[in-house]
Design a protein around this ligand. Sequence first.
Ligand SMILES: Nc1ncnc2c1ncn2[C@@H]1O[C@H](COP(=O)(O)OP(=O)(O)OP(=O)(O)O)[C@@H](O)[C@H]1O
Ligand SMILES: [Mg+2]
Length: 459
Amino acid sequence: MKTSNSRLITTYIIAVVLVLSGIGAVVMPFTSPVGKIVVVLSLLSALIVFLILIFNFFNTYIKPVRSAIRAAGDMAKGNYRTRTYTSLYGEASVLAESVNELARNLQAMATQEKIRGDQLKTVVDNMESGLMLIDEHGYVQLVNRKFLDMFDMTQADATDRLYYDTVDEEGIHNVVQKVFLYETKIKDSFMVTMEQDNYYIETVGAPIYNESGQLTGAVLVYHDITELKQLEQMRNDFVANVSHELKTPITSIRGFSETLLEDTMDDPGLQEQFLTIILKESKRIQALVEDLLELSKLENDERDLQMEEVDLGALFKEIEPIVRQQATDKEIDLQISIPNEPFIMFGDVDGLKQAFLNLIDNAINYTPSHGKVQFSIDGKPKTLEVRVADTGIGIPREAVSRVFERFFRVDRARNRHTGGTGLGLAIVKHIVEVHDGQIELDSKTDRGTTFILTFPRMG
Ligand SMILES: Nc1ncnc2c1ncn2[C@@H]1O[C@H](COP(=O)(O)OP(=O)(O)OP(=O)(O)O)[C@@H](O)[C@H]1O
Ligand SMILES: [Mg+2]
């Protein structure tokens, strides 16, 4: 810009010099020697006046206008930080001021726009749902971070491509097509398999219109509903399990009572046998219903917990006769190891008793006769550790993580025989959790199982 400015000034000066020299050349031959001096001096003065005028004109008009043109060009290219040269006076100074004002406003607007854009991007990227924006030609214009996570993609894989090249998922293609076809909100859910895991995704697609009401694209929101589906599945499994558990004893009660009613049975021994079965099966139903109620109360925090200072040693003394009897009946060696000192924690006496009873009951049930069951309490500085160990059949490795599930049994056929409902450990786990405790287990098939309960110690 500077060189072109000086080139322009030089051109003006040369033009003036040429014009003045021309005048001199024409006038000189007709003047006297004194007159010549006057002409030269006049021409020199005229040159000086012209030079001053040129500089003045240049500074007041040409330079500011040219600078304003440059600034306008910069702004057109998006550089709002540009400013123009301002002269102190003249019309051009008003122009320069206005251009600078315009640049300042545009810069402020661009900054605002950037802040708003950043805010929007932050919101879109931190949404808990995946988001995809498609233009009217079916090209993906925008996806958020959650979308990329959901479908394990990078930004480059996803944007500026046709939607069906972006995600190879027919469910999504259908939603997009229906949104464009019916121009209305469409909702659908489908299963996606990624790295052998199944996810359930719900998609809601909605059309986007411009101000004149023309369809300009579609926005799709994806929710991961896997957890919801799992909960639904668990609920269905639960109902199926309960029905299944009830079916056997009910069928048997019905069968035996029908036989008793129909046959005029003379054999009192057989009659008693049937009635005993009916009693046993009804007790089983009762146990199942009681366990279910217990579990449901625990899960819904409805169980009235009487939290108080409890000495675990003294608490065990109260259940010892029951478990001793059970062990003796099955010829199992029950060993108790509770040091003679207080083991105080904050807890519900009935709940804790039930948890210990369930664990010892299991230990005795799943240990063959002449085996060993050990109950011990160990005091750590901040915690109390209760162990129930047996030398029984153990739990296979693949079942260890599932034994706390409701109705889970390692061997269904065998358990039916022991009369278990498969709810005992689920109840124990809940009781431990309401006491802010932890339960772990260590087991080896045919060698035995140890359950370790840890509770916060008081005092
Ligand atoms: N000490 C143990 N040794 C071996 N297997 C065990 C032991 N404790 C639990 N299990 C396994 O875990 C399953 C779940 O135990 P849980 O106590 O919940 O149910 P259950 O004993 O079958 O019935 P119940 O509800 O009457 O206690 C059992 O069926 C059994 O297969
Ligand atoms: Mg049990």
